[in-house]
Design a protein around this ligand. Structure first.
Ligand code: ZN
Length: 93
């Protein structure tokens, strides 16, 4: 399930239009802060594409609130497993 547009907009404004995730660089987590484009939501083939990522998933569904929506770029999305674990660079291949 996806977030509502209203929730996405709130999260987007909080993020300032940048990726909120962290990336593994040299074994350390650093803020990504990649500049993204609002109109490229879900367009992960685009350099400025992004997604609303669920920080917490519940068994009975999602929590559709901005606090649970993390704006992430396609590069960070690629590093995140469905179970929320972050892959190392080696595992991500
Ligand atoms: Zn990112």
């Amino acid at each position: 399930m996806l977030f509502s547009e209203q929730t996405l907009k709130r999260a987007w404004q909080r993020a300032g239009g940048k990726c909120e995730s962290t990336r593994m660089v040299g074994g350390e987590k650093v803020p990504c802060c990649r500049d993204l484009h609002w109109e490229k939501h879900g367009q992960l083939h685009e350099a400025q594409g992004w997604l609303g990522h669920h920080r917490v998933k519940l068994a009975n569904g999602i929590i559709d609130v901005a606090a649970n929506c993390e704006i992430i770029c396609r590069e960070c999305h690629r590093q995140i497993q469905p179970d929320g674990n972050v892959l190392t660079a080696n595992q991500a291949g």
